[in-house]
Design a protein. Sequence first.
Length: 595
Amino acid sequence: MQNNYNRVTRQDWLVISILALCLALPTSILAQTGRPLVLTVPTYSCATGAITFNTTGGDGSPITFTAPGITRQSVFSQSGIVEEGLRNDPKPITILATQRAYTTSLTFDLAVYCLVSSFPSPVLVSPIDNLTLTVGEQLDHYDASTHFKDPIIYHGLGYTPAAFRAMNTPPGLAFIDATTGASKVAYFTGAPTVPGVYSVTVTCYFYPSITNDLATSTTFTITVVDKPVVNPPSGSNLALTQPTYNCSTGAITFNTTGGDGTPIEFQAPGITAWTTNPNHILDACARSCADVPPFMISARQQGKLTTYTWSRQDYCALTPSVVRVNPISDMTATVGQGIYYAIGAAFSSSPTTNWSVSAQGLPPGVSYFFRQEGGGSPNPTWALIGTPTMAGTYLVTASASANGGSASTTFKYIVTSATNPLTLTAPTYNCLTGAITFNTSGGDGTPIEFKSIGITDWTGNATQLVDRESRTASDVMPFTLMARQSGQIVTLSWNLKAACGRARLGVDDTDGQLSLTVLGNPVHDQLKVLVAGVPGQSVQLRLTDAGGRLLEKRTIESAGVREEQHFRLDQSSGGLLLLQATTSTQHHTVKVVRH
């Protein structure tokens, strides 16, 4: 099996040279781009195996990709083909993208993706009614989630089935997407701060962690009207309205309505004397001192005066912000070493009702843990947890949001190599089908490639197939298995005849170890399964769906050396099935994906 992505062309060497120059530049260049590189869900065709890696952020310099079991033209190619063996027996794969010295990763489950992609999109049950609010009017809970429903009730994948997003929410309002018990809730809360007509789009995603294609949206209008004018003028249509203010920078803009079109002058003691400029900056105390009294803003046009009383404290209380109160220090861990690192204390918001958190760019094997504490908690309960599996320097961005405000911070997560050298161990081999999986221990956590003459050329896919001639020939010689990591090669001599004995002639090993093999997976209307390893023993077979519902149960009174069983799947819907084989002393379960 030849993998074209390992062939480096002259053009590749040119790009590699350019990349090397980029790596020599100061890392501050990366910081100037604003957002780190992040892998998103790839574009994948379950029918053809065509796959395209997708990214966001980054600094525009070349990106190298690593993905086991995918054939590409070069390490810089974003597109390729998932190898046939992996398509026939789909598994989760880890995709890596490296730009300069930073690496981001994404675990992509081929089987689950193809299963979920066959589902219909969420259903819009009813439109969301338009809403009219006044500046400063508190909105406690305007529900959006009840207007949608999941297309099917499906459990067992271990993923949250639905998520909600809202776009163009008025300033001061927050959109909360949370889980209550086993239910998803999504609603608007807060108090608007800026008048206007806002066309708000709410989108319901079905299994968003797997594919973003299953989504349904609806749009409605939130109209925010200004507060009644304080001290309205007499004999003139000119009126001051609530100013526009930035609680972080102190920038303020005086706003008016009406008037006769002639120049307008403004005055506000503590902000500015009479001027035609409506834009100003509050001094340090005016924008931070707690005892600053309300400002009396005046506007005059053609000698006619109007005023507006405005409180900076009241305005900013309606727009609570999330702030980063503590930096997150760079972290160091070792491949294979479990970690738990609390990062919630880095962020704070008051008052707080619901937190939303995320972490992007984490090393493979590390995820984040979040527990919603409810109202009143100034910090999110949030930690990084897991066991790093790959060495490298990862640029991690942690973000937190609550009540319409958000903040983020970036730090380095440095994963060092394990101390054990890379070693090849005995492969996992199926004497009947010829499927072989290269096994290793130790190593530095970087990608491993495998090779064995008569099995495969260098490939990142550890699962391969021994050809039929080698499986059945009586004079087949031992294979030399090779593994390569960071330029270092280790070998292992493996004797197929010794591993299988008479099984090389097509008879499965009869060493008393129960084995259960699905012949073709995913399946359609019929499931074929091979039971082996327990000749003469009684074997009970149970086929259930992912929810635990029993579809069929049967007993093999005295199993043969190779016992092939067929199941009709007329009564099961598409999805994940579980097949369990049990003897008096052993049991074995396999997952079956039905299209």
